[in-house]
Write a protein that binds this ligand. Structure first.
Ligand code: IMP
Length: 192
């Protein structure tokens, strides 16, 4: 089965391709479908539009970081948390986060990444899969790997950030890895 990734975030595309590598699917990117609509109201709507345009199932990833001491922020604003951020990968986002948490003691820095994967079929059917990764926000950025807030996020039970982990380590613990694990189970139940 061919699935089109309904996202322009290259880092997400990289992770989704990596995590779904063993599945009986061929992952296509939006670049393979010139003229595809770009409107993003919410991710399910975008996936539906892409599904209808391409005639193939479309997969979207809606994700973000929730910090308890900030009452769930940055949440849906994760990609542009800093007012001058130019993308979800802009280090200004995590610098703002570290600044906002300056006074939060170690025990009050709990946070989680959440991910909702939506698989939209050309007939309008949508299946959703959720994953979360619990952890805490560090005091300074560490590591070069991953993207977004990875240098400041330490998954529960680890003293290393996602940005200090190998891709395989992050995938085994991450919100995206878990949501795509559920998608994999769903796809295995479908005729190939
Ligand atoms: P959106 O789903 O396009 O709104 O963007 C979500 C934003 O959350 C990304 O641009 C990143 O800033 C952040 N984010 C989501 N998943 C991850 C991750 O796995 N690591 C680090 N940051 C992430």
């Amino acid at each position: 089965m061919e699935i089109v990734l309904a996202t322009r975030n290259k880092k997400k595309v990289e992770e989704i391709r990596r995590i779904t590598a063993g599945l009986p699917i061929t992952v296509r990117s939006l670049d393979d479908f010139p003229g595809c609509p770009e409107t993003v109201e919410d991710r399910d709507t975008f996936a539906l539009e892409v599904g209808r345009f391409t005639g193939k199932p479309a997969l979207s990833d809606d994700s973000g970081l929730e910090v308890d001491a900030l009452h769930g922020a940055p949440g849906v604003h994760s990609a542009y948390f800093a007012p001058d951020a130019t993308s979800g990968n802009d280090p200004r986002n995590y610098h703002k986060l570290l600044h906002d948490l300056e006074r939060a003691p170690d025990g009050k820095r709990t946070a989680r990444f959440v991910c909702c994967i939506a698989l939209a079929f050309p007939d309008g059917r949508v299946e959703t899969f959720f994953g979360r990764a619990e952890g805490r926000i560090g005091r300074e950025p560490r590591g070069q790997k991953g993207f977004g807030y990875d240098p400041v996020f330490l998954p529960e039970g680890f003293d290393r950030t996602f940005a200090e982990m190998t891709a395989e380590e992050k995938d085994a613990l991450s919100h995206r890895g878990k949501a795509l694990g559920l998608l994999a189970r769903y796809l295995r139940g479908l005729p190939a």
